[in-house]
Write a protein that binds this ligand. Structure first.
Ligand SMILES: *[C@@H]1O[C@H](CO)[C@@H](O)[C@H](O)[C@H]1NC(C)=O
Ligand SMILES: *[C@@H]1O[C@H](CO)[C@@H](O)[C@H](O)[C@H]1NC(C)=O
Length: 349
């Protein structure tokens, strides 16, 4: 994509130079003296020569100036803005067109599990509740960003644009739709991360990267949770995918405007059913596990649930929530101050 755009830029420059050359004779002839009666006087000759050279220089200057102006215009309006959504050379992936998916991120080398793939600061963040109109709010936030950042922002996709509005006219509503489609939780707020937004979605075992926002640093971190081979697509997950396939797919369609074709959503019917029942069981176990906090279940049952979630995760290939699970298990073990239980729970992990 980038080399092509650069070629267009060169053509535009060439075109600008051509126009400049055409303009030069026109400009100098308009400055030439036209008084024929004094044509023989040496003074007139000198003046004529003088005027001619002034005219020529003016013409040449104008030609140069307008040529430069054209180039300037080309540079300002048509120069491809820095590829904000692409990462530096040497990065682990490249953003490319993926048939049927728009853009996506493809590994340019083998990536090991646990590797840091990307860190990104948000273009801006928005608190969960605001007093003013949301459309106005996003407009103001966007006004504080740089030009390449705005380009990157308006490059993002959107769904659910108001039917009575035109995206080309109602830029503020367009910005709001883009925000709604792409905003990601960033601590207590939500933020827009155009680079991260290039990662497509996968469900359950179908994604290989996770993102987490470090509030103290104001930075989003993306790590590989599985080994990723060169040429493979980097996928993350936009939502809790412990729901049956039809529910996941209709949610993704409604919220993000795509029909999910990830490896889990494209499983044959029987395997998909098996996956769905594992995911539902995981979700039910998580919900029951959360009851430990109000005393509905005791520590022993809580740790049993952790084990069960862990086992289902192994079968499903879905381990992205294990960090939290392990930490919660430690809380439970510590909460019961039961040495042998604690040892058991660590063993389970
Ligand atoms: C990348 O990983 C594949 C297996 O996943 C292996 O065959 C290949 O040799 C690796 N390439 C490099 C450059 O390490
Ligand atoms: C926006 O997308 C176009 C087409 O994919 C790309 O050429 C351009 O570099 C992108 N702009 C930014 C700022 O990322």
């Amino acid at each position: 994509m980038a080399p092509q755009t650069r070629r267009v830029l060169k053509q535009e420059k060439g075109h600008g130079a051509k126009t400049a050359k055409k303009q030069s004779p026109v400009s100098s002839s308009t400055v030439l003296p036209t008084d024929r009666s004094a044509a023989n006087s040496w003074r007139t000759a000198i003046i004529q020569t003088l005027l001619l050279s002034i005219g020529l220089s003016l013409g040449l200057f104008y030609a140069w100036y307008s040529g430069a102006g054209d180039a300037q215009k080309v540079l300002v309006n048509q120069r491809p803005p820095p590829r904000y959504d692409e990462v530096a050379v040497g990065a682990a992936y490249a953003v490319v067109d993926i048939p049927g998916k728009g853009k996506g991120a493809i590994a340019t080398r083998n990536i090991s599990r646990g590797e840091l793939i990307l860190t990104e600061k948000p273009l801006f963040t928005v608190p969960p509740t605001i007093q003013t109109s949301p459309v106005e709010f996003i407009k103001e936030k966007l006004a504080l960003t740089s030009e390449p950042q705005r380009w990157a922002f308006f490059n993002l996709s959107y769904v659910n644009f108001p039917k009575d509005k035109d995206p080309l006219r109602d830029v503020d509503h367009l910005a709001f739709a883009i925000f709604e489609t792409n905003a990601v939780r960033a601590g207590k707020e939500v933020g827009v991360f155009p680079r991260m937004a290039r990662l497509n979605h996968g469900c359950s075992s179908g994604f290989n990267t996770v993102y987490s926002y470090r509030e103290t640093e104001g930075t989003l971190y993306i790590h590989a949770i599985k080994p990723i081979a060169v040429g493979e697509e980097l996928l993350t997950t936009y939502t809790d995918t412990k729901k049956p396939r039809h529910q996941r797919r209709s949610f993704l369609q409604q919220t993000y405007g795509f029909g999910c074709t990830c490896s889990v959503c494209s499983l044959p019917e029987a395997e998909s059913k098996a996956s769905d029942s594992r995911l539902s069981a995981m979700a039910a176990n998580w919900a029951r596990f959360a009851k430990w906090i109000d005393g509905t279940i005791n520590g022993v049952e809580a740790i049993e649930l952790v084990r069960e979630i862990w086992k289902l995760g192994d079968e499903e290939g879905y381990g992205s929530e294990r960090g939290r699970l392990a930490a919660d298990a430690v809380w439970v073990a510590a909460g019961h101050s039961d040495g042998s239980r604690k040892k058991d729970s660590f063993k389970a992990l």
